[in-house]
Design a protein around this ligand. Sequence first.
Ligand code: B12
Ligand code: SF4
Length: 492
Amino acid sequence: MRHTVLFYNPISTSPGKQRLPLSILAVAAVISEDYDVEFIDGNLIADPAAKIIERVKATNAKLLACTVMPGPQLRQAVPVCKQVKAALPDLTILWGGYFPTQHAEVILNSDCVDYVIQGQGEAPFRQFVDTLHSGGAITEIPSLGYKNGGPHVNPRAPNVPMNNLPWFPYDKIDVSRYVGRSYLGTRVLNHNTSFGCPFACNFCAVVALSNRRWLPESAERVADIVTHLQDNWGINGLEFHDMDFFVNEGRTAEFADRISGKGINWWALGRVDTLMSYSDETWEKMKRSGAKMLFMGAESGDDETLKRMNKGGRSSTNATLALVERMKHYGIVPELSFVMGNPPDPRDDIEKTIAFIRKIKQINPATELVLYIYTPVPQEGSILLDEAEKLGFRFPATLDEWASPEWAKFAMRRDPGTPWFRDSVRRRVRNFEAVINAYYPTVTDLRLTGNYRHLLKGISGWRYKLGYYQWPYELKALQRAIHYRRPETTGF
Ligand code: B12
Ligand code: SF4
């Protein structure tokens, strides 16, 4: 008899913007030959708890496997899992992904989740599912967190190379519901081609997940998957959701060669210094293959802060300036994220980054900006976390607290409520953002016509030129009225 396993992706974005839920597709892939798998996506339905309960009753499923990022996803996961657990106390609930990897203890101390799996999920998940259905010592599974009089977490399983893992089970999910429209094209899907990142920036949650390992799919496999997506769903745009797509230049160049001529615009995340180290030949190949916009963490306008962030490699503000210039030459849009308001002197940090952003815009006005406010992540030896703790910062002690609106805001990294981050400093960032987004409206909003762009630029011009950002009420009203996309409201 085949058992059914249910997967739940809590809500992560606004209606119509949902992406393929890659996290649960990745772990479902390793069992879908031998088990029936069903996906419940909080982005697609209003009442996931009711749906889960209905599907468990209909299929006799023993396991609900759920992926959880901090933020709105966690806010939905907690009440839904509570409701499901209350209705079906025998159902096993397992969480995996970013939040359980960083905060296993607080989850295992709650009543609504039974187990967590940390880090790369596929191999331990397969073992967990088999053990749950066929018997065996569940508490010996690597990477597993369990309750046994108190929370325990086993050492991590060895990583598995991506090429040894099966493709996502596209035939088990209605992919067409995830085909969206964006700056990249009229039919856009998403994929993930690697696991991890070799760096250890101390504000970044990726470090806890992958512990400085980078495991790529081969260029050949990526190109085959892209072809499959195009043949079956007619895509002309693709977002790559890797933590760091570009670590290996040879892979990027080969991938670019393989997909050139397919008419697919693509977007991916990477590092400034890595991309600066690429040859002109590789950049030309990327351009030819459809690279349209690349997302990089520029992080700060101050080299000293980049060091304190442990950004590593050859990161520097000069490298960022050189890269935006290089990308202008190739006509590929840089999308830069910044982590602002770092302790101990958030005001000074912000002013330096604001001045730096102005320089970037002078060199390449098309550069997109995503301004985040620093929020700590658990990481051993992190200078930033140490400073935050000295200033009174503590992570929540319960899952309910994590699910509160205040901590969801913290996770969204826009208005985090951290002890060193005063309201006046937050206002400074938001006001600057209002002015720069009006003076340089995003290139990614398809509805923003030339007339609106002129209007926004005209009205904000005096402020931008004088560097006067205070009280930009007229711009905020205009931005509300026009309602155009601003990258920081949708970012990662
Ligand atoms: C795609 C993505 C999104 C999508 C939504 C994804 C979704 N699930 O629906 C969108 C764009 C909506 C989004 C939004 C946000 N995101 Co986001 N997002 C990502 C991104 C780029 C890729 C995640 C992904 O799909 N990877 C591919 C899959 C295959 O890998 P994976 O998730 O790591 O899964 C593996 C393991 O984690 C594990 N696993 C995962 N789930 C499960 C479940 C089970 C049961 C098991 C066993 C294992 C397991 O096994 C998998 C296979 O090995 C990551 C960065 C990154 N590249 O990882 C950030 C990231 C997860 N996002 C992040 C953040 C902060 C956000 C936002 C809060 C940002 C903001 N300011 O608005 C929002 C809000 C999210 C919300 N609503 O809760 C942070 C999380 C930081 C943290 N402290 O943990 C990340 C790490 C980015 C970063 N570097 O800071 N995001
Ligand atoms: S910020 Fe980027 S480079 Fe640094 S650890 Fe995270 S994913 Fe890697």
